[in-house]
Design a protein around this ligand. Sequence first.
Ligand code: 3PG
Length: 306
Amino acid sequence: MKTILVATEKPFAAVAVEGIRKEVEAAGHRLVLLEKYTDRAQLLAAAAEADAIIVRSDKINEDVFAAAPNLKIVVRAGAGYDNIDLKAATAANVVVENTPGQNSNAVAELVFGMAVMAARNMYAGTSGWELKGKTLGIQAFGQVGRNVARIAKGFGMEVSAVDPFCPEEVIAQAGVAPVKTVEDLYRNNAVVSIHIPATPQTIGSIGYDLITLMPKNGLLINTARKEVVDEAGLARALEARPDLKYVADVKPDNAAELEEKFPGRVFFTPKKMGAQTAEANINAGIAAARQIVAFFTDGCDRFRVN
Ligand code: 3PG
């Protein structure tokens, strides 16, 4: 019997936790729940007895590995694993996995929630614009990007995408126009939606030069990671281009400054909520539980990222 800890500062929906519990207990393991913890010491104490940990955006660093002598696997119930120190995990002999695709529809739907809100001037009562017939550029054609493309077609948008890691034929097969450069994506689309992960190569990569390429009345939507946007560059771009808007599911560090300087042109969710739906929680949480059970049953590590 293994001890599987669910450590989520931002908890899953209760129904997802029930599903995780069922998977874990049916396989003969024990579930320990640590939700809404406020102090890192709580996470370290709970990790001490864990053989496996399921997390969301919770930071899993060297201190957790040091505190968890039995730990064999950490599964990030979600897509981005920039919250986990992969080097430290490997050094501690711990497998790290994610659950790609499980929460991508939820994030994609939020893109359109935010797009409509921005297009309707944050529901301020003034006349806005419609998404139908507008150009949408998708930056990275992964699981979320593909869902965004699918939904955009329902809105009647003209969709294009750039992704250096995805063959152009794959993008074209989805009925989306492949774009060769990020600069062209920003230059030619009224709406740009960011779906790149936070990596050493992408952090700070979207700044003044790129944002100011956007056409008049451009709308930039970020439901990916705040780190990929150069926040000082963003502030300068919004200053230089009073027609641009920026909405994000990831509050930038300079949110207060942006909200004060550019009222009606920026919006930030108070807490990252792209994947905060019952469906996404169930999909990602249960996938994580099943991956852990499979790992302990037969050593399967198909979704390993380290
Ligand atoms: C992800 O990378 O899967 C999303 O950003 C969701 O993150 P969350 O689980 O913290 O909501």
